[in-house]
Ligand binder design. Structure first.
Ligand SMILES: NC(=O)c1ccc[n+]([C@@H]2O[C@H](COP(=O)([O-])OP(=O)(O)OC[C@H]3O[C@@H](n4cnc5c(N)ncnc54)[C@H](O)[C@@H]3O)[C@@H](O)[C@H]2O)c1
Length: 414
């Protein structure tokens, strides 16, 4: 035991930080005590939300250095935008090196970085810092995923053989902040933004409980990307009006659809297949996470929009647009699925509880920056495959310096 209770500081005060604060209602032994964002009003508002939720007596900080120097802060949750990831991590390392404060661990949101070179740099920095490190992949911690994995492996796979195919998808109608839509800032389009989830949750389901990540290994990747909706003139115009002039999908689109097949081999060289699909061009009730796992005598399926709670609202119920029923909600009328507790059901709650427990015990979490790096390697191989329109053996030459055309503003949408 290195501490009895942890003080947590958040870097970034956006959408995902608010999800973490909701999740914190189910986290023990740690309080949210700080928030840093370059916009002081946002930091103050998010710290206020933490106090209102009673998940910690949080205060706003003016810099990462100041937050690290505060004696009550033990760990950081890195939740800034992708293009500022390295800069944020560098600030953490500089503050620690100059002796301004002490930390136990850092947990970083997905994706670890925008490309392999940056992800390697994240790993180098965290190794030099000596901090414990976690890679925040909430879907691996979703109760339906962990419970499904437990039963599937414990009952079915134990008797009839391991699962051989996992299919995962994440789809919604598009992200909320302009930087997500800009390839150079975000690192790509929907492939980089959301396929990181699907790849990791599918890999998790196919890995025997307790076995190391290396027990199954990727051998080749084939992928495709497309701009199906948002580069159409009428939608490109709508997007620019909403997100600002920098988001110019007529001339500089990013993909709003991506699919990949990843071939793995298991411990005995048997083939395993991961199929993933992601899109920002799906209009349904809201965010749809789906997962299927197939084995010799069993199958599992999950769809986040098949919720147990549904509300029907007639045409006479008209009101403000919002996300009060489901994340990335597209309607406020008709038959709407509702998730009882989104932060818990998507996995944030169990995830944050897990990383707090590891940091409290002084133990390196199993899901770490190394996993974030491997996910980035697979994502970049998928972009290579899509650009070259062929299957690519993993790991391909040149992966460490590869930057997708989308992330260089050079992709033409087909
Ligand atoms: N796990 C998930 O399902 C999930 C969901 C959404 C976002 N994310 C990830 O979380 C991260 C943040 O996404 P978001 O949706 O909160 O974005 P957002 O655009 O809603 O918020 C970004 C926040 O970063 C802050 N920021 C700006 N400049 C900064 C800087 N220099 N240093 C630190 N913070 C800065 C902004 O003020 C804002 O509060 C991204 O990496 C994203 O990929 C993960």
């Amino acid at each position: 035991m290195v501490a009895n209770r942890l003080g947590i500081g958040f870097i970034g005060s956006g959408f995902v930080t608010r999800f973490h604060l909701q999740a914190w209602l189910g986290v023990r032994d740690a309080d949210v005590l700080g928030v840093y964002s370059p916009n002081p009003e946002h930091a103050a508002a998010t710290a206020g939300l933490a106090r209102e939720l009673r998940v910690g007596n949080a205060r706003a900080f003016n810099s990462i250095e100041e937050m690290i120097a505060a004696p009550e802060i033990d760990c950081l949750w890195l939740c800034g935008p992708n293009h500022l990831r390295l800069q944020n991590m560098q600030s953490i390392c500089d503050a620690l090196q100059s002796g301004k404060g002490k930390l136990i661990g850092v947990a970083c949101e997905k994706p670890l970085a925008r490309n392999v070179a940056e992800a390697r740099r994240m790993v180098e920095m965290v190794e030099q810092s000596g901090l414990l490190h976690g890679y925040l992949e909430d879907q691996m911690f979703a109760p339906s995923v962990t419970r499904g994995k437990q039963i599937l492996w414990g009952r079915a796979a134990a008797l009839t053989g391991r699962p051989y195919l996992a299919r995962a998808a994440e789809e919604h109608s598009g992200p909320h902040s302009p930087w997500f839509w800009q390839g150079e800032l975000q690192g790509g389009g929907v492939l980089n933004d959301m396929m990181c989830h699907s790849i990791e949750v599918a890999r998790f389901m196919l890995t025997k409980p307790g076995a190391p990540r290396s027990s199954i290994h990727p051998v080749k990747v084939s992928a495709q990307i497309a701009s199906l909706k948002w580069s159409r003139p009428e939608y490109a115009k709508e997007l620019q009006e909403k997100m600002g002039k920098e988001v110019d999908y007529r001339n500089k689109p990013a993909e709003d659809f991506a699919r990949a097949t990843i071939n793995y081999l298991d411990e005995d060289n048997n083939p395993l297949i991961v199929e993933v699909t992601t899109s920002w061009s799906y209009v349904g009730a809201g965010l749809r996470l789906s997962l299927e796992v197939l084995g010799p005598e069993y199958s599992l399926s999950m769809n986040s929009l098949d919720s147990g709670l549904k509300l029907f609202l007639s045409r006479n119920v008209s009101g403000e647009t919002g996300e009060d029923m489901v994340e990335k909600q597209n309607a406020e009328q008709g038959l709407m699925p509702v998730l009882g507790n989104e932060a818990a059901e998507y996995g944030y709650e169990s995830q944050d509880r897990y990383f707090v427990q590891c940091f409290l015990a002084g133990k390196q979490p199993e899901e770490s920056f190394y996993d974030g790096l491997e996910v980035t390697e697979l994502l970049m191989t998928a972009y290579m495959s899509a650009e070259q329109e062929r299957t690519i053996e993993f790991k391909p030459e040149g992966l460490d310096s590869f930057i997708p055309l989308v992330a260089r503003g050079l992709w033409k949408g087909r």
